[in-house]
Ligand binder design. Structure first.
Ligand code: ADP
Ligand code: MG
Length: 386
């Protein structure tokens, strides 16, 4: 935190007005349910993106990041044109995209003073922990408070999503930004992706002595984007064939009838989404009635459904999940969009070293590159730090 203040001082020659931060997230359960208007249950993690911000009075936005040597600058009154010309690119598309999106949400960009932003982060990039939502949420909250704007955190989540969809060009839902902005210590964000109503649900990991081990396989498949698009299309086709606006409207009891109306592959895609939605609801209920140690079977079933019905797992993720479960995890599943990325294992804190070793050995036996492993703790969402 002090580092980002120092960097701000070095780059701008003055003292930052404040420091804000926002976390990455892990999705505990509810995969590929967001665009089907269903349910997700992510939590904010103890890896954060930090933004030092200082007002300017000349209508200029300058952003710098520890990721990039060169700061990027743009006139606020030029931002719409620069975006229209496709010149908001690379990492700067995230923070400047947020500024642009604030304009789309009603902020008069010729009436705000300007800003210097300096960004640092401990959220690993591209590991499925949403470093993108972390940077968007940190910038969105910083600008809101620095410029005295009147936006709820729910609206800021939509601002971040808008930046990611329209400026970065990634067709993502609102889960990541919601987790990053609405998360709370030892709690998850239970989000209804149709109504966008979010509820904070206590996890109780601390009291139960549980942690989440992230196992990043390091696998990043080039066909992930195509695979994601294909699964979305299958879900849309399934919903159309079943005569519903979205798969959210299909319940477990409807599945036997759906089998006759869908081809075999589409049926399995639909079954994943329908059962996954139910598993999110069951997880929330189980957390409330029996506590976190009782949700393991739901996590395991989620993985099996993604592996067999949705077919978005890869051998490395299956190996990680199997090894973690055999070595004492309460439950484990791949998390994120699939075709690589990370798995998570919910485990007693004292079992983590053994689980981590077992995963390492399982990978070595199969001649797979050793996966990166680290624990995450459910943490507070975006906030002002100083
Ligand atoms: P992730 O799964 O981590 O969200 P994305 O591809 O969605 O992966 O977003 C990662 C991108 O976000 C990076 O390539 C970079 O452009 C941007 N980004 C994330 N964190 C930072 C940061 N601290 N500074 C600059 N850019 C960042
Ligand atoms: Mg992302």
């Amino acid at each position: 935190m002090s580092d980002v203040r120092e960097l701000f001082a070095t780059l701008t020659g003055r003292v930052a007005d404040g420091v804000w931060s926002a976390p990455g997230r892990v999705n505990l359960i509810g995969e590929h349910t967001d665009y089907n208007e269903g349910f997700v249950l992510p939590f904010a993690i103890d890896r954060r993106t930090v933004v030092a911000a200082g007002r300017r009075d000349d209508g200029l936005v300058r952003v710098a990041s520890t990721f990039a040597a060169e700061p990027v600058r743009v006139e606020l009154t030029d931002l719409a044109r620069v975006h229209a010309e496709g010149r908001l690119r690379d990492w700067a598309a995230y923070p400047l995209g947020v500024v642009w999106a604030l304009g789309e949400f009603g902020v008069d960009l010729s009436g705000v003073p300007g800003v210097d932003l300096v960004i640092d982060s401990t959220v690993p990039v591209g590991a499925g922990l949403s470093s993108s939502a972390a940077i968007e949420s940190a910038v969105a909250l910083a600008l809101t408070q620095l410029w005295g704007l009147d936006f709820s955190r729910e609206t800021l989540a939509r601002v971040g999503q808008r930046a990611e969809n329209d400026v970065v060009g990634a067709p993502t839902g609102i889960m990541d930004q919601s987790a990053s902005l609405l998360g709370s210590a030892d709690a998850a964000v239970f989000l209804d992706c149709r109504s966008l109503v979010a509820e904070v649900v206590a996890l109780g990991f601390a009291e139960a002595g549980l942690v989440v081990l992230v196992i990043d396989t390091g696998v990043r498949h080039a066909h992930a984007t195509g695979g994601y698009r294909d699964r979305r299309a299958a879900c849309e086709a399934g919903a159309a064939a079943l005569g519903v606006p979205a798969l959210r409207d299909v319940g477990i009891d409807d599945l036997s009838g759906a089998r006759d109306l869908l081809d075999e592959t589409t049926f399995r895609r639909v079954r994943h989404v329908v059962t996954e939605n139910q598993r999110v609801l069951d997880t929330v209920r189980t957390l409330r009635t029996d506590g976190p140690a009782a949700i393991g079977a739901l996590l395991d079933a989620s993985h099996v459904s993604m592996r067999d019905d949705f077919e978005i797992s890869v051998p490395e993720l299956d190996v990680a999940v199997e090894a973690a479960t055999s070595a004492g995890a309460i439950g484990a599943r791949m998390t994120g969009g699939g075709f690589g990325g990370a798995a998570i294992a919910l485990a007693p804190a004292d079992a983590v070293p053994a689980i981590s070793d077992a995963v390492e050995k399982a990978f070595a036996t199969r001649r797979l590159a050793s996966p990166t492993r680290f624990t995450v703790t459910p943490s507070d969402g975006a906030r002002r730090d100083g």
